[in-house]
Design a protein around this ligand. Structure first.
Ligand code: HAM
Length: 411
């Protein structure tokens, strides 16, 4: 048997309704916030992610699905959505046009991580990116957007926020942190030594407990914010409080990607085990320029759809029946049923059986695919211009006139 690759999962019809429901809620909320769909390729030049997500990140360091294609191009399956959207924004010259642009996207992301509960190698994100807006009200808006999505889905989470400072304050802070790391070089792991050279602030994100012990005494960005970053962080908190969104300040929240500045945040759930982040994001004001565009502000988030599905899994109406199953008992009625089904399909989800079978067998088949309304015709019904009807949800059954089956919704 050929199986799916490790860490890659099918979303079968029992779950796909839930997937659609979550994306539907995300889209509706994002549109209310002024965001429009953007679709970018799954495959991009490897350099794009190296430069944006950053060499110090685990994603680039260890988890890229990277290969050389038949044209000798170094390419990579996207590990996240922001980089591709930024590339598309620059390539469309919108960075030069000025103005504010708001995009949302959803689809597969790929990270060669060690698979475990809540951690897949191909997973789905819903995300948004806003370009050209420096106002912290947009940072607050993207957080409020997630809060609204989670609220509509009735999911409880904890919001953690931090400020990574602006370019100036980050520079000064880096120096302090590097000094601290040099003093403690002997006690930190090899990954942190690498991070120290590439992006020191990422050491605070280290999963190694002995490193975390050391970092308890490390200087924190939040204590070193410049005036502007401090004022924005205060305003962000004010807006969240005013809108009833509770939050915790987590001064060690640095996020797993290198491109952030100022606002960084994560929504975590205690319902799904160790991989508890359901959404994360923040501001990335230098990324557009860094990828070769004209300096433009950026802020956004992404949400892990499988993690949301995991939380909602138990609540999902697994056996929600819908649609019509239309079938015949005798071979000579199959064409009649097919023609009728084609008409029904103009208004109803209709599964047509092309084979004449016994009633019990048809009922079994309809049940397997969770149909709600079962319509079956035999020789007698055909003669009388009638069809046998059964609602498989409430078990109602009767015979109805064939001309009336177009009213099935009210049956
Ligand atoms: P991220 O924190 O790397 O951010 O991913 C966002 C979300 O994707 C996570 O909170 C988690 O729910 C989900 N996720 C990440 N890795 C996996 C995995 N291996 N399996 C299942 N779910 C996973 C980003 O990707 C940024 N691009 C977010 C962003 C947008 N920042 C600004 N704009």
């Amino acid at each position: 048997m050929i199986t799916a690759l490790r860490g890659m999962k099918d979303i079968m019809p029992q779950k796909s309704g839930l997937y659609e429901q979550i994306i539907g809620v995300c889209e509706a909320v994002a549109k209310n916030y002024g965001y429009t769909l953007i679709k970018t390729p799954h495959l991009e030049q490897t350099t794009l992610f190296k430069r944006s997500v950053g060499e110090s990140s685990d994603i680039v360091g260890k988890e890229m699905y990277q290969f050389i294609d038949k044209g000798e191009n170094d390419v990579c399956l996207r590990p996240e959505g922001t980089a591709g959207v930024v590339r598309a924004f620059i390539e469309s010259k919108l960075d030069r046009a000025g103005g504010v642009y708001r995009y949302f996207y959803h689809g597969s992301m790929f990270r060669y991580e060690r698979p475990q509960k809540g951690r897949l190698r191909e997973f789905h994100q819903f995300g948004v990116e806003c370009f050209g807006e420096s106002d912290v009200r947009e940072d607050a808006s993207v957080i409020l957007m997630i809060a609204e999505i989670l609220n509509r889905l009735q999911i409880k989470t904890t919001l953690k926020i931090n400020s990574l400072g602006d370019a100036d304050s980050m520079g000064l802070y880096r120096q302090k942190l590097v000094k601290f790391l040099e003093q403690n070089e002997a006690f930190i792991c090899d990954d942190c030594k690498r991070r120290k050279a590439l992006n020191p602030i990422r050491v605070l994100d280290c999963k190694n407990e002995s490193c975390q012990e050391i970092y308890k005494n490390a200087p924190l960005m939040i204590e070193n914010l410049g005036d502007e970053a401090a004022a924005d962080f205060a305003k962000l908190q004010e807006i969240l409080a005013k809108n009833g969104v509770s939050y915790e300040i987590d001064a060690r929240l640095v996020r797993g990607l290198d491109y952030y500045c100022k606002t960084a945040f994560e929504f975590v759930s205690d319902e799904i085990g160790s991989q508890s982040a359901v959404a994360g994001g923040g501001r990335y004001d230098r990324l557009v320029e860094y990828l070769g565009g004209k300096a433009s502000f950026g802020v956004g988030f992404a949400m892990g759809i499988e993690r949301i599905m995991e939380i909602l899994g138990e609540r999902e109406s697994k056996n929600a029946r819908d649609g019509v199953y239309l079938c015949a008992l005798d071979e000579q009625n199959v064409d009649f049923v097919f023609d009728l089904g084609i008409k029904l399909r103009k208004n109803f989800k209709t599964q047509i059986s092309y084979k004449a079978k016994k009633l019990a067998k048809h009922l079994q088949d309809a049940d397997k695919i969770n149909t709600k309304i079962f319509l079956c015709i035999g020789e007698n019904e055909r003669k009388n211009g009638e069809i046998w009807y059964k609602n498989l949800e409430n078990k109602d059954e009767k015979t109805i006139k064939i001309d009336e089956i177009f009213k099935i919704e009210s049956l």
